[in-house]
Design a protein around this ligand. Structure first.
Ligand code: PLP
Length: 410
């Protein structure tokens, strides 16, 4: 007998990947440039030249036996300490490389944290819309997801609801800023308010409540927002980071877990992180990329390209009368559907060759996610389809009977 739960997770698959696969098939049918695939969050900007150059230098100048050896299970000492030093310099924190654990990307970092900290039926609060894999990872670690709807107009957490929803079983709250799927950023004031609520609840229940900040988009910010680094605001905080997006290296699988300097029982938590890493087989992250990281701290891909895409798309959608959450960061736009059901809306969008991810996959209904990490040319070419989609609903509303989308097309 195999594990039925895992079979179900595998069979269901990810709605995002499914849509992207549909896009690949559709491109074969009608041509690469005629499908507007906004489904997946794969960086479209190349990694910085310095990354390529430094990789070549490392390969040329490192003893190949050392280069391809296992590293320490928690990561290369120099890399962990270089990360802590960089963060301290950038955010004025007092972190130590002794409490960093190198991981193959953020996904494994999240999974490790859930396995390290959750006991059966412990509750983890997430703010909907949320990254769909949280649910998969948390449930695999026997935790329970408590999804709290954000304010529909701002897509920011509803703090009254947060306060009400923390129970004796709450072990952790997850935040993700800049956010996937909405592109919103949690500003300093909000971080302070969340921290204050959690401090109050920790006291009330006399237990630790961890604030896990999932930060693969930390550097992808298109305004002058000062990033509130979470360990400076809340003692029991844990950061999960990835270089997938900031350096456009998602296939290389490199990131880290970082424990806040004032985390309660830090040594025990770090041992649990190591134990979870070990038991899940996530030890000794990719060596070549661990050696690369110290030379890339503070470097990012050219994110001005995403900003330009954001501006073209957002301005046009607003001009057409769509309601869109203003994306200040990451490379996602969250747009209100023109009908209640986001799956139906996404299916109608397909008729105009627009691949938009329905928001029910992120835990709420009524929106679609548009990943604008695509070429500027594709965005420009897709704009008439957004117009046709809007016209389709305008006419449908007026005629109020079985209207065919291809009437707009012709
Ligand atoms: N967390 C969020 C919010 C993400 O959007 C992603 C990837 O898209 C991840 C975690 C996983 O990142 P990684 O590629 O480093 O595993």
């Amino acid at each position: 007998m195999i594990n039925e739960k895992m079979k179900k997770v595998g069979k269901e698959g990810s709605a995002i990947v499914e849509l992207s696969d549909y896009g690949k098939k559709r491109k074969k049918e009608i041509g690469e440039n005629n499908v507007f695939d906004f489904s997946i969050g794969n960086p479209s900007v190349p990694c910085p030249d310095s990354v390529t150059k430094n990789l070549i230098d490392i390969i040329k100048n490192t003893d190949p036996v050392k280069l391809h050896s296992y590293t320490s299970m928690n990561g290369v000492y120099e890399t962990r300490h270089a990360i802590a030093e960089y963060l301290n310099k950038t955010y004025g924190s007092s972190l130590s490389g002794e409490y960093i654990y190198m991981t193959p990307g953020a996904s494994s970092g999240l999974t490790i944290c859930f396995h390290a900290l959750l006991n059966k039926d412990d509750e983890v609060i997430v703010f909907a819309p949320f990254f769909p894999e949280y649910k998969v990872f948390i449930e695999k670690a026997y935790g329970k997801v408590v999804a709290l709807n954000c304010d529909k107009n701002t897509c920011l957490p509803d703090l009254k609801l947060l306060k009400k929803s923390i129970t004796k079983r709450t072990k952790m709250v997850i935040i993700n800023s800049p956010n996937n799927p909405t592109g919103v950023i949690y500003k300093e004031d909000l971080i302070k308010q969340i921290s204050s609520i959690l401090n109050q609840k920790q006291k009330e229940y006399d237990q630790d409540i961890y604030l896990l900040s999932d930060e693969p988009y930390r550097e992808l910010i298109y305004s002058d927002v000062k990033y509130p680094f979470i360990t400076n605001y809340y003692s029991n905080s844990i950061v999960v980071y990835s270089f997938s997006k900031s350096l456009s290296l998602p296939g290389e699988r490199i990131g880290y877990i970082l424990l806040g300097d004032k985390l309660h029982k830090k040594e025990d938590v770090y041992n649990a992180i190591k134990g979870a890493g070990r038991s899940l087989g996530y030890e000794s992250a990719p060596a070549l990329f661990q050696y690369l990281i110290p030379s890339c701290l503070g470097v990012t891909s050219n994110i001005s390209i995403y900003k330009e895409n954001r501006d073209i798309l957002y301005n046009y959608l607003i001009e057409l009368g769509y309601q869109v959450i203003y994306p200040e960061g990451a490379f996602y736009s969250f747009m209100k559907c023109l009908e209640e059901d986001s799956i139906k809306f996404s299916n109608v969008a397909k008729k105009f060759e627009l691949l938009l991810v329905p928001s029910n996959t992120f835990g709420i209904n009524g929106f679609v996610r548009i990943s604008y990490c695509v070429s500027k040319e594709m965005i420009i070419k897709s704009l008439p389809s957004f117009k046709k989609l809007k016209q389709y609903y305008a006419i449908k509303k007026r005629s109020n009977y079985g209207f065919k989308a291809n009437k707009i097309k012709n």
